[in-house]
Write a protein that binds this ligand. Sequence first.
Ligand SMILES: *[C@@H]1O[C@H](CO)[C@@H](O)[C@H](O)[C@H]1NC(C)=O
Ligand SMILES: *[C@@H]1O[C@H](CO)[C@@H](O)[C@H](O)[C@H]1NC(C)=O
Length: 394
Amino acid sequence: MGHNLVMSIFPIFLLLSIAYADFDVTSSKYGGKPNSDISQPLAKAWSDACASTSPSRIIVPKGTFQLKGASFKGPCKGPIEFQVDGTLQAPQDGAQLIKADTWIEFANLERLTLMGTGTFDGQGQKAWKENDCNKNPKCSSIAINLRFNSVKHSLVKDVTSLNSKNFHVNVLGCEQLTFQHFTVKAPGDSINTDGIHIGRSTGINITDTNIGTGDDCISIGDGTKQLTINKVTCGPGHGISIGSLGRYNNEDHVTGINVKDCTISNTMNGVRIKTWPNSPIATTASDIHFEHITMNNVGNPILIDQEYCPYGQCNTQTPSKVKISNVSFKNIRGTTTTAEAVKIVCAKGLPCDKVVLSDIDLKLTGKGTLTSQCANVQPTITQVPQALACATKK
Ligand SMILES: *[C@@H]1O[C@H](CO)[C@@H](O)[C@H](O)[C@H]1NC(C)=O
Ligand SMILES: *[C@@H]1O[C@H](CO)[C@@H](O)[C@H](O)[C@H]1NC(C)=O
C-alpha cells in the first residue's frame, strides 16, 4: 500500500518540477486590462519570460485587448509557450502602430509555441480602402499582422489571424516552423492580404489549416526549401502560388515543395508557379509536387506562367531565367471556372523539364469549351482527358 502510494505520487512530483512559470499579462504584476492597450504589459511579460531559465508560459486570457504593436525578440533562456485565448486588436489607423510595416513580430527565437483559441485582429478595413500600392510605387508601408524572422524549431497552433492590413503572416529566415490548425480570415476583396508568405526558409510545415483571404492563400518566395503543405483549405483567395520568382538580382533557388490533400474553393487560381521575364539572374525552381487537390469553382486550376508581368511593368521580349524542373500535378479533380484549365507556359529557350500531369479531371462550370495550353515543355501525361492534355502546343 505504502509502496503503491509512493509510486503513484512520484510522477506528480516529476510533473510539478517541470511546471511552467506563468506570465499572465492581466496579473497585478503586469496590469493588463480588457478593453485597454496592453502593449506595455505584454512587453514586460515577454522580457520576464524570455529571461526565465525554466520553461515559461505567457498568457493572454479571454477578452478583447488593444495592442499598438509588439516585438518579441530572442534569444531567450528557455522554451516559451505563448498562449493567446483573447482577441488582440490592432489600431484601425496604421499611423498609430508602433512600427508601420509590422504589427507583431517574433524574431531570433527557438522552441516557441504560439497557441490558443485567440485571434489577432488587424482591423484592416481602412488600410485596404487606402491601399494604392498597385499604382503608386512609393506607397506608404502597410503592416503585416504576424512576422516570424529567424524562428526555429517552433510551432504555431490553433490561433487565428483576422483582417490583416497587409499579408497576414510573413515567414523569413525560419527553420522547422510548423503551422498546425491555424486559421486566416479576411474578405475575398481585401487587398494584398496573402495568408502565409514564406521566403528564405527551410522545413516549414503548414498542416490542417484553413485560409480564406483576398490574395494568395499561401505564397512561396525565393529561397524556400523543404516546404510541406498538407490538408489546407483555401478560399476565397488567389490560390497557392510559387512566386513570383525571377524579378530581383539576389534571389535564391526554390526546391522541395510538397502540396498534398488540399481543397481549393472559389479562388482566382488553383496551384501555380509564376516567374517574371527578363530575370536579372539565373535560378531554379525544382522538385515541386501537387497531389490530391480538389478544386471547387477555381479559375486557372493548374498554371505555370513564366511570362508573368502584371501592369505591363517589364520587358517581355527577354525570357525568364528561372529554370523549372521536376514538377508534378497528380490526382487533381473538381471544377474550373475558366475554359483554359491547364496552362503550362515555360520560358523560351529554357524549357521546363520533367513535368508530369497525371490523373487530372476538371469539369467546366463557366461558358465555353474546356482546353489547355502548353509551351516550351513536353510533359509526361497519363490519365488526363484530351482537352486537358496540352490541347494547344507551342
Ligand atoms: C507536419 O506537421 C504535422 C503536424 O504536426 C505532422 O503530423 C507532420 O508529420 C509534419 N510533416 C512534416 C513533413 O514535418
Ligand atoms: C523529383 O522530386 C522528388 C521529390 O522532391 C525527388 O525525390 C526526386 O529525386 C526528384 N527527381 C529528380 C529526377 O530530380
